[in-house]
Design a protein around this ligand. Structure first.
Ligand SMILES: [Zn+2]
Length: 165
């Protein structure tokens, strides 16, 4: 879940609430007038294709049956195209990463994220070495058997599959 601020990040007083002229309730600091807008965080996601398969990954702590796309946060001043290639290189331990098309933009409301999803291609015979700090497992799913899940990045999978028909 997204981080919930309790204290003002500017002056450290407890955050209260204020109501915007348009009726939105915001967390705000009455001492220094800082307003915490809670804007969604951009997250890049990659549908990583390796030959006829897609690479799905399981983050540390996820249930054993959960697998998802390679995802990550943008670094400061980093373009999403650069970020998604960097994340695939880091998380899968591969050097040769070809950026494909932008699939689309998706709201992941529960996590307060904006997902920026790309198709990315790695070499068919490349060895995958997971980033052990973040990931526990990966699996290769034939594109023909890939099933979108009903939340978050699943919509990107659905659109990508539809675009291939
Ligand atoms: Zn403050």
């Amino acid at each position: 879940m997204p981080v919930q601020f309790k204290f003002c990040p500017v002056c450290a007083d407890p955050l209260g609430e204020k109501v915007d002229p348009d009726g939105q309730v915001r967390k705000a600091c009455s001492s220094c007038n800082f307003v915490h807008y809670e804007n969604p965080t951009p997250v890049v996601a990659a549908i990583v294709q390796r030959g006829d398969d897609v690479v799905l990954v399981r983050s540390i702590g996820w249930p054993e049956t959960w697998f998802g796309l390679v995802t990550g946060f943008l670094e400061r001043e980093e373009h999403p195209e650069v970020a998604v290639v960097r994340e695939v290189k880091e998380e899968l331990g591969v050097d040769d990463v070809q950026l494909g098309d932008l699939i689309g933009l998706y709201s992941f409301e529960r996590m307060n994220q904006l997902i920026i999803a790309y198709h990315v291609v790695i070499q068919e015979d490349v060895e995958i070495t997971l980033d052990a700090n973040e990931l526990e497992a990966y699996k290769l799913v034939p594109v023909s058997r890939l099933k979108p899940w009903p939340f978050g990045t699943g919509e990107a999978v659905k659109h990508w599959l539809a675009s291939r028909d």
